[in-house]
Design a protein around this ligand. Structure first.
Ligand code: TRP
Length: 331
């Protein structure tokens, strides 16, 4: 029996941080043995909002690729590729655009939200409106059963299902309905307690040297009410505690929570435990990163070989799509 397919993508819109590691990459690694996995770098998606200055794009693509491999994705098991190297995604996007009502795109919540949030760039573009449709093309292309994503991506999955259904209604059954696989840690807080995001400048990047990681954790905000060492604190108000829940053992989590509530431990002690646990996760990743960064040719080969495999799967789907839509050969 052939394995069910999993597909997911990550946007190279900046350097990856520990939120991307625990929210996406570690989950992708877990899935690679059980499913036929397609994981890709969504470089066209990055262009939908960062089109004016593309000077960092190549470096960001490299950063995503290196981190995927360093986190344990195995190119022998999973197909790792770049969206822009499988131009069939553009063909499917244009064909799906024919059947997509504008109102479906305009009502996707991330559309208006991000337009309001981002003030330094003009997102009144055709490409940005089409962001979720490009994502639908990514997913439908591989006739994926499961799509591991964070909860913020659920509206994009919903529209993907609607578009797949509409296509099947018009032209016959081509696309199965993809299901979201929610990641265990959808949101990781940043060093200031807001969600970890490069816009807030509160990230711990996977490319940060160890001393920066340590420094960032040491200077994290804690419960703002706990000013003196003898003050009792509320762990739930401390972003340090939130990171403990992601990186520390059950016992350590209980110990630091109790120590905070009773003023049994100080914030520095609490942070030291976190630093130890974050380092335990990042140290093997740093080693692997260095290994891959020394071999840019190997990286290029891995990405091209994965893209070639993805193109084969995409070619299969596009034959079905073209035939279904009346675009096949004339005899
Ligand atoms: N929009 C996704 C994100 O920002 C990235 C993405 C693009 C994606 N295409 C995809 C995720 C297809 C899953 C499937 O995280």
């Amino acid at each position: 029996m052939s394995k069910q397919r999993v597909l997911s993508g990550i946007q190279p819109s900046g350097k990856l941080h520990i939120g991307n590691l625990v929210g996406a990459l570690q989950n992708w690694v877990r899935l690679q043995d059980q499913y036929e996995c397609y994981y890709f770098i969504a470089d066209w998606h990055a262009l939908t909002s960062q089109y004016a200055d593309t000077s960092a794009l190549k470096d960001n693509v490299l950063d995503v690729l290196v981190n995927c491999l360093a986190a344990g994705l195995d190119p022998e098991k999973a197909t790792i590729f770049a969206q822009s190297r499988v131009i069939e995604h553009a063909e499917l996007h244009v064909l799906l655009s024919m059947i997509t009502p504008l109102s479906w795109l305009e009502r996707v919540p991330t559309y208006k939200e991000k337009q309001q949030e981002v003030t330094d760039r003009d997102l009144n573009t055709y490409g940005f409106l089409g962001y979720p449709l490009l994502q639908s093309a990514d997913i439908l292309m591989y006739r994926a059963h499961y799509v591991p994503v964070g909860i913020d991506q659920m509206p994009h999955l919903e529209i993907t299902r609607e578009i797949g259904r509409r296509f099947n209604n018009f032209y016959g059954e081509v696309f199965p309905e993809p299901e979201g696989l929610l990641t265990p840690f959808p949101k990781v807080v940043g060093t200031d307690g807001r969600k970890m995001s490069k816009t807030y400048d509160n990230c711990i990047y996977l490319s940060d040297p160890p001393q920066d990681v340590e420094q960032k954790i040491r200077t994290m905000t804690t419960d703002p009410q706990r000013i003196k060492r003898t003050d009792k604190g509320d762990p739930e108000l401390s972003p340090v505690y939130h990171l403990h829940k992601v990186f520390s053992s059950k016992e350590e989590i209980d110990q630091v929570a109790d120590g905070c509530r009773t003023a049994g431990i100080g914030c520095i002690d609490c942070k030291k435990v976190l630093i130890k646990n974050v380092f335990a996760v990042l140290e093997p990743l740093w080693q692997q990163r260095e290994r891959y960064l020394r071999e840019p040719d190997v990286l290029e080969d891995i990405l091209e070989a994965g893209s070639k495999k993805a193109r084969q799967a995409a070619t299969d789907t596009m034959l079905k799509v073209r035939t279904a839509m009346g675009l096949g050969p004339m005899k």
